[in-house]
Design a binder for this molecule. Structure first.
Ligand SMILES: Nc1nc2c(ncn2[C@@H]2O[C@H](COP(=O)(O)OP(=O)(O)O)[C@@H](O)[C@H]2O)c(=O)[nH]1
Ligand SMILES: [Mg+2]
Length: 325
């Protein structure tokens, strides 16, 4: 019964999505976040229609100015007549003002501008992981037909780095005087950056930060694409055109060197992993929570009657093995 209702709904939403109806897009994203079975059909169909968007990720520590940059990039992209979908996977800390800036883009997309669509994804899902839906939302926005998709995420952990795998071009954003974050760069982000952006160039030490990044990039002699380092003052709309030019150059480089497929398959791989986790780890935990089995097991562990290894095996056997999933 549920299936047939779902099928109708899915068909209508797919049609709407491909007709660039924003309500259909918004509704489908909600279905995905709710992990509704209807979302699956839509996603399968949407996947067949993706492949035209330029997907750009922006990552960096909280407060460096990612949302401000996104806001600026959106203005320039719109001035060029292109459309843009924005995905913010950002806890929007009240201390950084992230929420307020996000609101600015969100307001524009809700009120006057049909060419902008903003969606923030809850960064912590109910199972405790980082948003597992980013890849799916990228697929939907791509199928919808935005010229650009911008993904903003806080670049502090591995999961955030993983989200960047959905992008064709990754922009790593820094601000001057961030000694600790230069260390963080060493721990993984340097490798994924295609373009580096030193924002808040109105603050002292911007040139120093640029040269630190450049000297780190020098260590890798194998670059076919040497990531450019761009200075911006997002608060005053300075340097953001140059940033967009560098992003476009990188996309052009990928295309000219037949590297786009590699990037795309990187994102498919990330999507695949995301889906496998959802079909296994998330499913087992969800079932165990729903049935109350998890609480029972935790209690048994507390009483010394069981252990995580045994319980994990039991849960996998109970909820995955021999069952249709
Ligand atoms: N001085 C200065 N402040 C900036 C600049 N860009 C952003 N900001 C401010 O820095 C704060 C954090 O910016 P936001 O874009 O929310 O950073 P996010 O957390 O990385 O998204 C806000 O108060 C911005 O107004 C800049 O280029 N210079
Ligand atoms: Mg932000």
């Amino acid at each position: 019964m549920r299936e047939s209702v779902c099928a109708d709904d899915a068909e209508r939403l797919i049609k709407g999505l491909l007709n660039q109806e924003r309500t259909a897009l918004a509704r489908t994203i909600t279905l995905i976040e709710d992990e509704s079975p209807c979302a699956e059909e839509i996603l399968k169909e949407a996947f067949r229609h993706r492949g035209n968007s330029k997907i750009v990720g922006l990552t960096g520590a909280p407060g460096v100015g990612k949302s401000s940059l996104v806001d600026n990039l959106v203005s320039i992209i719109r001035d060029e007549g292109s459309t843009v979908g924005i995905i913010a996977v950002d806890p929007s800390s009240p201390f950084t003002g992230g929420a307020i800036l996000g609101d600015r883009v969100r307001m524009r997309s809700r009120t006057t501008d049909e060419g902008v669509f903003f969606r923030s994804l809850a960064s912590r899902g109910h199972l405790g992981g980082l948003s597992r839906h980013t890849g799916d939302v990228v697929t939907l926005m791509d199928a919808f037909g935005f010229d650009y998709i911008l993904i903003e995420t806080v670049g502090t952990g591995q999961s955030e780095v993983d989200i960047m795998l959905y992008a064709h071009t990754v922009v790593v954003v820094l601000a001057p005087g961030m000694g600790d974050d230069i260390q963080a760069i060493k721990a993984g982000i340097l490798e994924i950056g295609d373009v580096f952006c030193v924002n808040k160039a109105d603050h002292p030490g911007a040139d120093k930060t640029v040269s630190v990044i450049e000297s780190m990039l020098e260590l890798n002699k194998d670059w076919k694409w040497k990531p450019p380092v761009v200075k911006t003052v997002a608060a005053e709309q300075v340097g953001v055109e140059d940033l967009l030019e560098q992003i476009k150059s990188h996309l052009e480089y990928l295309r000219a060197n037949d590297l786009m497929d590699k990037r795309v398959s990187r994102s498919y791989r990330a999507s695949l992993e995301e889906n496998i986790r959802r079909e296994t780890v998330d499913k087992v935990l969800r079932c165990a929570i729903k049935d109350g089995v998890l609480d029972v097991m935790l209690d048994e562990m507390l009483k010394g009657k069981s252990d995580p290894v045994t319980c994990a095996r039991e849960l996998v056997r109970k909820y995955l093995c021999g069952k249709e999933i």
